[in-house]
Design a protein around this ligand. Structure first.
Ligand code: AMP
Length: 373
């Protein structure tokens, strides 16, 4: 089974590291001179821009049985070209819906999934509608740019609106989509994510819900199962993600990030791929999200997702590898082989324990050790 992955970052690396023990081989498709260090040594790396025809791209990618992606912000063209020769999972239409925030909101509406309220912003006048409908503070998000909290602006008053309009670019995005969506600043109690895998035969398996803490829009740490998440909200999250998977005829792992306020769940964002909030699945006796993604796209049966006990993850952001020798906890380390830059995701630590509370306490203690706070 030969798999080609579009993207050469840490998610591609961890997918390959999960697939290799199952006998899979890999090649990687890079775009726009991206950093390929995380996948170096794991298979051939080719630049998609170098191949203009579907035939040439398929051959250069090593004639894969299946193609997958590590990110939704990618060009769909190579995927649709490769789909002439082999399976592409998730399918390019699913990625298309998730690579634009406005289209993603429409998908949530069509699937009757509760989501953060929004106003589409395609012109300066729309901002006035947003102010009237949503009030301050408000979050403006570019529909196609940015991840990890980038290309987002918080607006607190009319002065901020004026400043935003001055710098805004109101050109329509792909397929005429609006360039921005406005959302109210959600006063959530916490953030949780749901990760599910859907096999080619339609079987869906859910990992336990995960509670996530972000710092400046970037995930810092996670714990799963999310402590004290009610059965009702758990079932709501699972049925919501299942409807999305089925609507898209999706194969592979999908992540759904949500805000929780009291008894309500508001979907913030979908990720049509393996997700940072599922990295804890790597070291706790379940089939990891990476393994299940590979099994699903290969057409194989899914592995177990039911966690015994609890697990947690701490992201290593801009941290030197040699710091790890100082840690006073036997956390499992995954390092991405990237050069160190402030704030960059360079690796993560995973710990397991009997309960979510015990995991959470250890994650916080690790955070203090790693970030010296
Ligand atoms: P996103 O890129 O949409 O996943 O946003 C990154 C993070 O910013 C989220 O995980 C939240 O912590 C925060 N955030 C995004 N949208 C909102 C919102 N409407 N209200 C409050 N916080 C938000």
């Amino acid at each position: 089974m030969h798999v080609a992955i579009l993207g050469c970052g840490q998610l591609a690396r961890m997918m390959a590291l999960a697939g290799i023990p199952m006998g899979m081989s890999f090649s990687f498709l890079s775009e726009n001179n991206e950093d390929t260090a995380p996948v170096t040594g794991l298979g051939n790396i080719i630049a998609v821009e170098d191949y203009s025809t579907a035939d040439a791209l398929f051959k250069a990618a090593g004639e894969p049985d299946v193609v997958t992606v590590e990110r939704e912000q990618c060009s769909l063209e190579p995927l649709t070209k490769l789909a002439e020769h082999c399976s592409v999972h998730p399918n390019p239409t699913a990625i298309y819906h998730c690579q634009n925030r406005r289209r993603e909101k429409q998908l949530l509406i069509d699937c009757e999934v509760s989501h953060t309220p929004f106003v589409s912003v395609g012109a300066a006048e729309d901002l006035q509608t947003a102010v009237t409908e949503l009030g301050f503070p408000m979050v403006l998000k570019h529909t196609e740019q940015g991840y990890d909290g980038k290309a987002q602006w918080r607006l607190y008053n009319d002065e901020d609106v004026k400043k935003f309009i001055k710098n805004a670019h109101f050109e329509p995005q792909s397929d005429g989509a609006v360039p921005y969506v406005a959302e109210p600043f959600m006063k959530f109690d916490r953030e949780v994510s749901f990760i599910a895998a859907r096999a080619r035969n339609g079987e869906v398996r859910f990992y336990p819900a995960t509670e996530n803490v972000h710092d400046n829009g970037i995930l810092l740490h996670s714990v799963s199962p999310a402590p004290n998440l009610s059965q009702a909200l758990t079932e709501l999250g699972q049925s919501s993600i299942q409807r999305i998977l089925e609507k898209l005829d999706y194969v592979g792992v999908l992540a759904m990030e949500c805000f929780v306020t009291k008894d309500e769940l508001w979907v913030n964002e979908l990720a049509p791929r393996v997700h940072n909030s599922g990295h804890w699945t790597m070291h706790c006796g379940v089939a990891s999200q990476f393994q299940n993604h590979m099994r699903a796209i290969a057409g194989w049966p899914l592995g177990a997702t039911q966690l015994k006990g609890a697990a947690g993850m701490l992201n290593l952001l801009g941290v030197e590898l040699n710091q790890m020798s100082q840690l006073k906890d036997n956390a499992a380390l995954d390092w991405y082989n990237k050069s160190v830059r402030p704030g960059r995701k360079l690796g993560h630590l995973v710990i397991t324990d009997d309960t979510s509370e015990a995991v959470q306490a250890r994650v916080l203690s690790l955070k203090d050790q790693v970030y010296d706070t």
